[in-house]
Design a protein. Structure first.
Length: 184
């Protein structure tokens, strides 16, 4: 699956989500969400011709496991799911949903553990956080050869350009000024 969009607007609340719905972007990410909002958010996205990637670990009221993943996939048919958990990634892939494994670039030990996890899950994409470290994006890309979303602490258009130049396929960001002035 080839992604044509370089900025993936990330919403943490309904106000941000409504801004995304008005944007020209087709694909968006919903970070923090209460389970009771999922049906409404999903319906609004479909009504506006948008494709959603939900962060399963951050859906309040739902345990992020393979049962929850199966429920979300069957009930809401999302474009994609993000998680740090291998069971969520494997179930999303089984259900034909784009699987995005979130990894944190904390230290060398965490990075090595992430590499082992990625070998096992083989997600469609990796989301690396923080994404404001282009040298790490390049290293991870060379090591695993899985397309990368860079997220976290990317605050300027120059940082977006650096992450993309380092090999990121797209940037996940909640900074609306990067959505609105996006030349990418």
């Amino acid at each position: 699956m080839r992604l044509n969009q370089k900025i993936l607007p990330a919403s943490s609340n309904m106000k941000e989500f409504e801004q995304f719905l008005k944007s020209p972007f087709e694909i968006g990410v919903f970070l923090e969400l209460h389970i009771s909002q999922l049906k409404h958010v999903n319906a609004m996205a479909k009504q506006h011709g948008k494709k959603m990637i939900y962060h399963v670990d951050m859906i309040q009221g739902l345990k992020s496991d393979d049962y929850a993943t199966e429920y979300i996939c069957q009930e809401y048919k999302p474009y994609g799911l993000i998680s740090t958990k291998s069971s969520v990634i494997l179930k999303a892939k089984q259900k034909g949903v784009i699987a995005v494994q979130r990894v944190f670039l904390i230290d060398s030990h965490a990075l090595e553990k992430s590499y082992k996890l990625l070998e096992r899950t083989q997600p469609d994409y990796i989301e690396v956080l923080p994404g404001a470290m282009p040298w790490m994006i390049k290293e991870v890309k060379e090591r695993v050869n899985i397309p990368i979303f860079a997220g976290g602490l990317i605050r300027t258009a120059d940082e977006v350009k650096s992450a993309l130049a380092a090999g990121a396929s797209a940037i996940t960001t909640s900074k609306r000024d990067l959505w609105e002035s996006s030349p990418f």
